[in-house]
Design a protein around this ligand. Structure first.
Ligand SMILES: C[S@@+](CC[C@H](N)C(=O)[O-])C[C@H]1O[C@@H](n2cnc3c(N)ncnc32)[C@H](O)[C@@H]1O
Length: 313
């Protein structure tokens, strides 16, 4: 009995030992650090690590995809909008009815200007070009006597001018391009006031930014050359808190607006900047504007205001 019991106990011990051995070996296999590395090949380990990394970066990839999608959507949108603006412009050009009226910017005063004013004139001319391209009744646009500092500024700052369309750019003086009897010089110093525009004429604007330093120069030049001259009918239609000497692009745009609207008053209100304090003259046949109205705002003694108007372009 004792022997049997002893033998039974010995068997139990052996079984326990074997099971403990098994346990130990399972634990070792499932530990990632050592045994696994010993079990897995180098290639498998690499693959496993790659997979882990891939899993970890899942969120970042999702975020990047989202961002790319949004970017593509924005790009599509801006393309569409750009296209719409372009086609609206093209449509406007197709539907435009060109006027036969010629509008000349006389660039023969180049040597009277400082380079900073030449740059301003350049901007004003760019503005005239752009406005004429989108106008409902574009004029026949001429730039004459182009050369000197202005030509240099155009070459340096806007090489694209050589591709400008619907514009006559000449180095010649306007008197060599248009016959004398067709010319009308626009100048605020003329005693003649324009009432309407003659589509057979060529109206000349002095290409000058001078802050009133060369007062009356275009009027004198027109008289010397025996050319007709006239001022815009500002005083007949609007009162302003500043002088009647306007920047080149304002005169240009007023002519375009008049051709479109057929009304000087509307043209002045559309084009002249707010700070000029433009208000309508209560003008009717029994109450014409007083002579004072014309001379008062014609005072050429306020270079600041001209400068501001010229700078707006
Ligand atoms: C800044 S102004 C130059 C002023 C310059 N001192 C002059 O003698 O003409 C630019 C041009 O716009 C035109 N202009 C300006 N105001 C005008 C007005 N009230 N009537 C007609 N033309 C005007 C003229 O052709 C003028 O030469």
């Amino acid at each position: 009995m004792t022997t049997a019991v002893c033998s039974q106990m010995a068997d139990d011990n052996t079984e326990k030992q074997a099971s403990a051995e098994e346990d130990r070996s399972e634990k070792t296999v499932s530990s990632p650090g050592d045994t696994e590395n010993q079990v897995l090949s180098k290639r498998q380990r690499k693959k496993l690590l790659k997979q882990q990394k891939w899993e970890e970066e899942r969120e970042q990839r999702k975020q990047r995809r989202k961002e790319r999608k949004q970017q593509r959507r924005l790009q599509r949108q801006s393309h569409q909008e750009g296209g719409e603006v372009q086609s609206a412009r093209k449509r406007a050009r197709r539907e435009a009815t060109p006027s036969s009226l010629r509008l000349v910017v006389d660039c023969s005063f180049d040597s009277l200007m400082l380079i900073k004013d030449v740059h301003k004139l350049h901007k004003q001319i760019q503005r005239c070009y752009a406005e004429n391209r989108r106008a409902s009744h574009p004029v026949q646009f001429y730039l004459t006597s182009l050369g000197g500092q202005l030509r240099q500024s155009m070459d340096e700052k806007d090489k694209g001018w050589v591709n400008w369309k619907d514009i006559h750019i000449q180095t010649e003086h306007y008197t060599e391009v248009v016959s004398q009897e067709e010319l009308v010089y626009l100048t605020s110093d003329s005693p003649n006031v324009l009432t309407e525009l003659d589509p057979k004429k060529a109206y000349v604007i002095g290409g000058l930014v001078d802050h009133n330093h060369h007062k009356g120069v275009t009027f004198e030049r027109a008289k010397e050359l025996g050319i007709s001259h006239a001022q815009l009918p500002l005083s007949s239609f609007v009162k302003m808190n500043s002088r009647k000497v306007l920047a080149v692009n304002h005169v240009f745009e007023i002519i375009l607006a008049y051709l479109e609207k057929g009304s000087w008053q509307e043209a002045f209100f559309t084009v002249l900047p707010q700070r000029k304090g433009v208000v309508a003259v209560g003008w009717d046949a029994t109450n014409p504007p007083k002579k004072d109205d014309e001379t008062d705002s014609d005072s050429d003694s306020d270079p600041e205001t001209t400068a501001q108007t010229e700078e707006r372009a």
